[in-house]
Design a protein around this ligand. Sequence first.
Ligand SMILES: Cc1cc2nc3c(=O)[nH]c(=O)nc-3n(C[C@H](O)[C@H](O)[C@H](O)COP(=O)(O)OP(=O)(O)OC[C@H]3O[C@@H](n4cnc5c(N)ncnc54)[C@H](O)[C@@H]3O)c2cc1C
Length: 501
Amino acid sequence: MRRRNFIGLAAGVAVANALPRRFALAAESPSSGAASADLPAIGRKGQQLVLRGSDIAALSAGLRGQLLLRGDVGYDVSRRVWNGSFDRYPALVARCVGASDIVQAVNFAREHDLLLAVRGGGHSISGQSVCDGGMQIDLSPMQSVRVDPVARTARVEPGTPLGQFDRETQFFGLATTAGTVSHTGVAGLTLGGGFGRLCRRYALACDNLRAVDIINADGQLRHASAKENVDLFWGVRGGGGNFGVVTSFEFQLHPVDTIMYGGAIGFPGSRMRELMKFYRDFTATASEDMHLDFLIVTVPEGQMIIIDAFHGDRKRAERDLEPLRRLKPIIDEAKAAPYVDLQKSFDVNAPWGSAVYEKAGFVRGISDALIDDIAALMERTKLVGTQVNFVPHGGAVGRVPTTATAFTHRDATHSLLLRSGWNPTDKIAAEVASRWTIENFTALEKHTQGFYVNAIAADDTARRLQSNYGSNYQRLVDVKTKYDPNNLFRRNANIPPKNAA
Ligand SMILES: Cc1cc2nc3c(=O)[nH]c(=O)nc-3n(C[C@H](O)[C@H](O)[C@H](O)COP(=O)(O)OP(=O)(O)OC[C@H]3O[C@@H](n4cnc5c(N)ncnc54)[C@H](O)[C@@H]3O)c2cc1C
């Protein structure tokens, strides 16, 4: 049976902005944005500002990249983010091509007390990488990947999508953990943690960081590693974009076969209780090469269950997956395939422009009570485009000590995600679908402890975030206070500095 677009951000939901992207960039002409007129803008704390035309023109003249204003060619390409439910208009977009551009943009935002958003791959689910009325630093022109096959390391620029990173490293038979949708950005994913098909074998993307170059709120470019600016290096591994703009990531790579094994294995939704119990028991003892994403999705005909199966060792894959196949799936697409193709296999279900609302939490084991609650919820759900998802952790993720990086939840066995999707132009559908996720996650939250900061929802509270970082929180506040004392970098899972002005 052919796989369908099961994540089901219902048919036709995608993608006002998907198509023209590459072509629009290619066609871009230099900005007309060296405007001499004054420009109204929004400040760091939401206050109204007026930016002087001469200041804007001076910034524009100093950049190697472009400074774009509303109406300029390329402005819409930058301001659009993956989640089509956010339609925001920054006053200025700095399309940066190098560190000097980023330093100037950060200095401009700080000196003018401007609201600032930083966009790497544009996949912030809560739309943090674009803002109304402030400045957006768009890093998407910066996409180089330099692999050192001998040292098994890679230097990656912050606008690079995961698929480009995978392609470059796999050319040399190498890879490191990257997420499961290839157009997601390396930058945001790594700074918040970074789960993916290889994480049970090689830990999180952030655990494979060897160093970063980062521009902090004072406009200084710093190198942070295990030897230099150690506190900052600790913070960027799980603390998100709180401390500055990362201009370069240095990753540890691993020898990784270019042919692996994987694909979707599907069952009717009527078997969800049985399948969740099987999944719990099966993943508890699974090989670290195996990564099984479990989804219950609502499609027009009802629910279906999709397990995105992945095995990093194709010789053992069929044997290891045999117990799952004995359950007689109605879809079975799992087979040996290039790793770079498997890394793209989910893309069709998450196109640019999808409008979604998501809430997530970590679980320590999937209890019978949680299975009952999810089954009861999904059995009564008719809303197409809703889904419940378990993502497996464990293995190497859990072997890193809790205090080694800012990422805290090493003992979680799975992430639990609730997501709803709708047509971005349909305001009523947006309200209904968001409410589905909020209300039902609230009912399930008692089974969770902490959440993934990269899945933070726009309405998550500071208190939820503080308790999320647990014993690492105070140390994060210290790092934040040192490198961003006035909370310039606030559009993220925000850690407020002490005594911010
Ligand atoms: C379709 C989809 C699939 C996903 N799959 C996975 C997955 O498999 N595994 C996983 O772990 N997560 C996954 N995520 C979540 C993902 O990790 C986050 O959405 C992440 O923030 C995306 O990074 P980005 O660079 O694309 O996002 P952006 O929207 O560009 O950035 C998000 C935030 O990161 C910060 N940021 C970005 N670039 C920089 C920089 N250079 N310096 C400092 N701060 C920066 C900013 O605070 C920004 O607001 C997925 C998200 C989506 C939408």
